[in-house]
Design a protein around this ligand. Structure first.
Ligand code: PNS
Length: 370
C-alpha cells in the first residue's frame, strides 16, 4: 500500500492489518482523496479518522494538506499498524493514535475525544465494519452537535453500496458516490447545507468556493463510441466531475452486458479520477442524479435529428424534478457516430477504426467473429 497523492505521495505504508480490518481499496482511497480535495476540505483540516484500520485514509488526508490527524481504532494491531505507517511517512508529530470502542457508548466516546483538548475537527472520516454501519448514527449525531467538531465539519462515511445510512436528525447528505460495491456518503450539518449543497437545489446559488460542479452523463453506452468519449472530455472542461451512468434496464436489448459496457467505458475514460463510472438500475434518472447529489444531467447533441427527443426528455426531467437541469454539449466531429450504427457496421464487417475506443473495436470483432 502506498500514499496516493500529496506531499507523501508514492511513499510506502509498510504495515497492514490482517483479518478483522478491511482496508479501503487503493482505487476507492484515490477516489475519496480526489473528491475531498476537489471540495477543498483537506487544506489545514483537523482530521478525525474513526475505525482507522491501517491509517491509510487519514495519512492520505495529511499528505494532501491536512494539519493534524487523530486516528481511532479499538484493535491494538490496527493501532500498531497506524503508528508504523505514520512513522514511515514522517508524520508522527501531526498524529495522535488513540484507543476507543466507537460502537459502544457514544457519550463515552465523546467525553474521551473532548478530553484530548484537540482543536475542533473539520473533517471526520468513518470506515466502520460494514455490518455495523447502522450503529454509527448516534455517535455521528453527538459529534455533529458537540464542540469537538466545527459547525461546518464534513463527515465522510464509507459503507457497502447495498446499505443505506440511517437517517440522521442533524446531518444531511451532501454527496453520495459509489465505487463498485463500496459507497461513500458525505454528510454535513443540516444548518450548514444552504452554504454547502442546498437541498432545495436550483432555488439558491451554491457558494462557488464550496460547490463542486458535477454532472451525470447517463446512457445505454451499447457500446461507448468516440462520440461519447468526446462529450465526456468536453464535459470535463465545464464540470469538475462526471459520473458516467450506464442504464441497465434499457428497453432495447443490448448487445453488450452491463459489465462489458462498464469495462469498456472504464478502459476509455475510467483512468481519469474526475470520471466515475457507475451503473444505474433503479428508475428515474432525476432520482439517480439526486441520490448522487448532482443537479446536472449532461447530454450530447449530434444533429438536428436528436433535438426533438432530447427536448422532450429534458422537459420531462425538469417537470419530474425542477431542481435538475439538463446541459447539452455538441458532438462536433462525431455527429454521425451512434452506437446503433456502429453495431450495424460492425455486424457487416465495416472498419470502425478511430470511431470507437480500441477495446470496443476488439470486443465488436470478437462478438461478430471477424
Ligand atoms: O443512451 P440513451 O439510450 O440515449 O440514454 C437514454 C437515457 C438513459 C438517458 C434515458 O433513457 C433515461 O433517462 N432513462 C431513465 C428513465 C427515466 O428517467 N425516464 C424519464 C426521463 S425522459
Amino acid at each position: 500500500m502506498r500514499v496516493i497523492s500529496g506531499r507523501f505521495g508514492g511513499q510506502r505504508l509498510p504495515a497492514s492489518v490482517a483479518s478483522s480490518t478491511r482496508p479501503t481499496a487503493d482505487r476507492v482511497r484515490e477516489a475519496i482523496g480526489s473528491l475531498l480535495a476537489a471540495r477543498g476540505v483537506f487544506d489545514g483540516a483537523q482530521v478525525l479518522d474513526l475505525f482507522s484500520g491501517t491509517g491509510a485514509l487519514g495519512i492520505e488526508a495529511l499528505s494532501r494538506g491536512a494539519s493534524a490527524l487523530v486516528s481511532v481504532d479499538v484493535d491494538p494491531r490496527a493501532r500498531r499498524a497506524i503508528e508504523q505507517n505514520v512513522r514511515a511517512v514522517g508524520a508522527t508529530e501531526q498524529t495522535q493514535v488513540i484507543k476507543l470502542d466507537l460502537l459502544r457508548t457514544p457519550e463515552r466516546v465523546i467525553a474521551a475525544l473532548a478530553a484530548l483538548g484537540h482543536p475542533p475537527f473539520s473533517l471526520v472520516l468513518a470506515d466502520p465494519p460494514y455490518r455495523e454501519v447502522d450503529k454509527l448514527a448516534p455517535l455521528l449525531e453527538l459529534l455533529a452537535n458537540s464542540p469537538i467538531c466545527t459547525a461546518d465539519a464534513l463527515f465522510m462515511v464509507e459503507h457497502a453500496r447495498s446499505a443505506r445510512l440511517p437517517s440522521l436528525a442533524s446531518l444531511q447528505i451532501a454527496g453520495h458516490y459509489t465505487y463498485g460495491d463500496t459507497a461513500v456518503t458525505l454528510l454535513a450539518r443540516v444548518d450548514q447545507m444552504s452554504e454547502r449543497e442546498d437541498e432545495s437545489m436550483g432555488s439558491e446559488l451554491v457558494s462557488p468556493e464550496k460547490a463542486v460542479s458535477a454532472a451525470v452523463y447517463a446512457g445505454s453506452f451499447d457500446p461507448i463510441t468516440n462520440g461519447h468519449v468526446a462529450i465526456i472530455r468536453s464535459g470535463l472542461v465545464a464540470f469538475e466531475r462526471i459520473i458516467v451512468a450506464v442504464l441497465t434496464n434499457t428497453a432495447k436489448k443490448p448487445l453488450f452486458s452491463v459489465e462489458e459496457r462498464v469495462e469498456m467505458i472504464r478502459d476509455a475514460v475510467g483512468g481519469d479520477p474526475r470520471v466515475e463510472v457507475d451503473r444505474f438500475d433503479h428508475g428515474l434518472l432525476v432520482n439517480y442524479a439526486r441520490e448522487k447529489g448532482v443537479r446536472i444531467v449532461l447530454r450530447g447533441l449530434r444533429a438536428v435529428g436528436d433535438f426533438e427527443h432530447e427536448l422532450q426528455m429534458a422537459n420531462m426531467n425538469r417537470h419530474l424534478d425542477p431542481g435538475i437541469e439538463t446541459v447539452f454539449i455538441m458532438a462536433n466531429d462525431w455527429f454521425y457516430v451512434s452506437s446503433t450504427l456502429i453495431k450495424e457496421a460492425a455486424a457487416l464487417g465495416g472498419d470502425l477504426h478511430g470511431m470507437v475506443p480500441e477495446l470496443v473495436e476488439k470486443k465488436l470483432r470478437d462478438k461478430f467473429g471477424r
